[in-house]
Design a protein around this ligand. Structure first.
Ligand code: FES
Length: 242
């Protein structure tokens, strides 16, 4: 991407983001700090309007602008169709093998893409950093209790709802909300699995209109996109799409 295009994109994204945050902040202030009680009913309506508009604007920003910038939007939409390794010819350095803890997945940003690097001894594997279920990061959320989970039986486990993917080919070998996961994780599993079942039955726009597959929420885990990896002199290179 040229620097001018990147600058334009970042400017649009920044302005749009600030406007969204402003709308959300205005909505919260009007709803929860209405000031003069005699005008609180109009404040309530106005607050709801600003809050909803801000949230929609923020969501659209991610869905519309992020892909234009080549970013993988972390929204609960379907994963794009997986590409074969033969098309991954944009080799990008991802550090040294020794930088990665054996058996512990780690998310890195490579040319704006979120990539999960998994080291198994002297072998290294790479797959999309966003889970194909709800597009949440397989590497967890930094600074939160949701952390990456150690590789088990040759699989990466999504720390959000427990889907499992083979590190070699990204195959989804366990779906989210498996009973073993739900029993061990009352909030992320037991409670959310019930909510997820309800969401399935809410009429969504995509059920009434023909919309692209990518814009439909993903109800299950699909196979993860994997990337080819080369190791030369202990240095890792990951093949990304052109
Ligand atoms: S986001 Fe990974 S299993 Fe739901």
């Amino acid at each position: 991407m040229s620097p001018a295009l990147a600058f334009l994109g970042v400017s649009i994204l920044g302005t749009w983001g600030l406007a969204s945050i402003g709308l959300i902040a205005a909505g919260i202030i009007m709803l929860f700090f209405p000031g003069d009680p005699t005008t609180s009913s109009s404040n309530t309506l106005g607050g709801i309007f600003f809050l909803v508009t801000g949230l929609i604007s923020g969501g659209l920003m991610q869905v519309v602008v992020a892909p234009l910038l080549g970013l993988d939007a972390p929204v609960p939409f379907r994963a794009r169709d997986n590409k074969p390794h033969a098309k991954m010819t944009r080799w990008t350095k991802a550090g040294m093998v020794r930088d990665y803890t054996d058996g512990m997945p780690k998310e890195v940003r490579l040319r704006t893409q979120r990539v999960l690097i998994v080291r198994q001894g002297e072998d290294v594997y790479a797959m999309s950093g966003l889970c194909s279920h709800a597009r949440l990061p397989l590497g967890g959320l930094p600074g939160s209790p949701i952390k990456p989970m150690a590789v088990q039986d040759g699989c990466v486990t999504c720390p959000f709802h427990g889907a499992r993917f083979a590190i070699t080919d990204g195959k989804a070998v366990r779906q989210p909300f498996a009973s073993s996961w739900n029993n061990d994780h009352p909030l992320l599993g037991g409670l959310q699995s019930k909510l997820w079942k309800v969401i399935k039955y809410i009429p969504m726009p995509y059920q009434a209109f023909p919309v692209p597959k990518v814009a439909c929420p993903s109800m299950g885990a699909e196979d993860q996109q994997t990337y080819p990896v080369k190791i030369e002199g202990g240095e890792i290179s990951v093949g990304l799409p052109k």
